[in-house]
Design a protein around this ligand. Structure first.
Ligand SMILES: C[S@@+](CC[C@H](N)C(=O)[O-])C[C@H]1O[C@@H](n2cnc3c(N)ncnc32)[C@H](O)[C@@H]1O
Length: 311
């Protein structure tokens, strides 16, 4: 791996195994977005470029966005014809597309959360399995997970772990973090995982108790739910009549936001009543697909206004 002076992998140099991300619910996403020549689609979560490749192969033009410079450089290095790759947060969709003169698009895809590249890259600090600096920032800017863990009051840490990790032992974990950091700052993933494990009552085997705490910190550090709320609104505004929105979420907190947003929207009509889940075969082939839920919707044409201004 190429290491930059800050000790993290160098974002300018794509690793040799470049694009190999397996896109989740690929067939269903293709059906929802109906890519075709002449259609301009936004992939707000470019990641490994898995979905984007399929959209391009179907002849669509794709504007791909990712806030992670490592992901972006990997995809850019593949020189995919028809793709414009932009670094940024999909919550800023409108501002990102404005310099391109794009004010209407035919489809938006959000495949939210972290990619397998990010999870597998030990240096990023997303995983409790391998020791790494406690970072977790997709965009490499803002507060890191170590900043949060070492400076937030225990009540705030407990609230984050409870709300975003849905862990009922949140207070106990926050207290353990408070005690441990009084000895020395918590700067590594494995140390945090050990602190959580020791604070967890009766753990012997099964899913590591740190899983929920790590999920919570990741969601907080990247403001994932705030970005999702903003991104859904931005996508709704940008879609042309007949344009499609497809959102893949991976846990109930995200899916709830998408479901409520679609319910409350006056311009988007859901294409399916229930979220679409991966079939058995895909779940067996790709464990990441097991918790994936796809919701898709279509933008309605504007209501025609009658002569007296009534609709
Ligand atoms: C699950 S992966 C996407 C995988 C992609 N669909 C594929 O098939 O290769 C999610 C990607 O979205 C990026 N991401 C997450 N939240 C984002 C946000 N708010 N704005 C821009 N990119 C974001 C992450 O950095 C990650 O690379």
């Amino acid at each position: 791996m190429n290491i930059a002076p800050n000790g993290l992998p160098n974002p300018d140099v794509p690793p040799p195994d470049s694009l190999s991300h397996v896109p989740v619910l690929a067939t269903e996403v293709m059906e929802a977005l109906a890519p075709a020549p002449g259609r301009v689609l936004v992939d707000g979560t470019l990641g490994g470029g898995g979905h984007t490749r399929l959209l391009l192969e179907a002849g669509a033009t794709v504007i791909g966005i990712d806030q992670d410079p490592y992901a972006l450089n990997r995809v850019r290095a593949a020189n995919l014809p028809g793709l414009t790759a932009l670094e940024g947060n999909y919550r800023d969709l409108r501002a990102l597309l404005a310099p391109l003169g794009v004010t209407r698009v035919d489809g938006v895809l959000l495949d939210i959360g972290v990619s397998s590249f990010q999870l597998d890259d030990a240096g990023r600090g997303f995983s409790y399995h391998t020791d790494a600096p406690l970072d977790m920032r997709m965009s490499q800017s803002g507060e890191s997970a170590a900043d949060v863990v070492n400076t937030y009051p225990e009540e705030d840490l407990a609230a984050i772990i409870y709300e975003y990790g849905e862990d009922r032992h949140s207070r106990r974990i926050a207290r353990a973090i408070g005690q441990a950091r009084a000895d020395s700052p918590i700067t590594s993933t494995v140390r945090l995982a050990e602190i959580v494990k020791r604070a967890y009552p009766g753990f012997s085997k099964g899913i590591h108790p740190a899983r929920r705490t790590f999920q919570a910190l990741r969601i907080h550090v990247n403001d994932e739910l705030g970005a999702l709320r903003d991104g859904l609104g931005a996508a709704e505004d940008l879609l042309a009549p007949g344009g499609r929105l497809a959102v893949i979420s991976f846990h109930s907190l995200e899916d709830r936001i998408v479901k409520r947003f679609l319910r409350g929207s006056s311009t988007l009509t859901p294409l399916t009543k229930r979220p679409v889940e991966a079939g058995e075969e895909e779940q067996a082939r790709n464990p990441r697909a097991r918790s994936a839920k796809l919701r898709a919707a279509e933008k309605m044409p504007p209501r025609s206004t009658g002569p007296e201004g009534t609709s």
